[in-house]
Write a protein that binds this ligand. Sequence first.
Ligand SMILES: [Fe+2]
Length: 322
Amino acid sequence: MPPGFGHTPAESRQGGRGSGHTRLFLCPYHSWTFELDGRLKACPEMHQASGFQRSEWGLREFRSFVWHGFVFVNFDGAAPATPAEQWHDLDSHLAKWSNQDLVVVDTREWNCPFNWKVIVENFMESYHHAGAHSRTLQPLMPARGTWTEEERAHFIRCHLPYGDKERSMIAEIESLGGARDVFPLIPELSERDRLEWGLTLGTPNWLIAYLPDCLIWYRIQPEGPHRHTLLTTLLVPRSTTELPDFSERLGRGAAASVGFHLEDMEMCIGVQRSYYASGYQRGRLSHLEMPIWLFHRYLAARARNTWPTVDRPAASSQRPDA
Ligand SMILES: [Fe+2]
């Protein structure tokens, strides 16, 4: 229920984010109440409706799955595989973060006047570091060094290695015993994980960025062809939140991620504007935009009804030796 409707849990009243705990769901329209498992508990004045059985009028059920703490809901019930099955190859990588008892420490809601696929493309390709993020992400992870793994039926995975300048700065800071990131590093990351950001798209729209000290999760809620609501979410290990200077660190971390997201928003709004233009024409992709090409192959396979069967040879990795 949206915040402010019907029974509002105390936590929600304080935080205003519409989350918290409740013992019942109350429909504010005619005051029907439902148990947490969806059973109809009470419904005023329904005893005169002939043949009415309360047990037959519970809330609608949907298929749902919990995987690495994320809750997935399958509205049409026709998903061919569970998240655990289709993203099996991401399991061990994601586990390095999800094993840390992650908590959501920052959520921002964005009204996006552009198609949801525009943000998917924007999130997954890093060619635009050189333009949109020339002063924020480009110095850290130069566009030229970013690369994409081989084509898979259910996800796309990219690597954004730190540039030489950043690497030597990190080496210097660490040799002096200093802290290199906003938050403490996630324990037991590989050398490669510690020196890059990773990106995955679980098709069609599950977006995760893996940072050496946190996880960024983008939740996309399409509302039609021209707009969607986006929730940008920052997760850190619970132990990080217990640091005495955590709120100061969070302020810095959130400001940085909002900063580069604003740069992306400007670009995505411009992309949608261009789609409406009478002079619209398709452009050529750079090799650094391989994720966009893979995403379009996925969409085409869905449209042709051949997905998830790979009806042509899978594209190979841009770094077969990595
Ligand atoms: Fe971006």
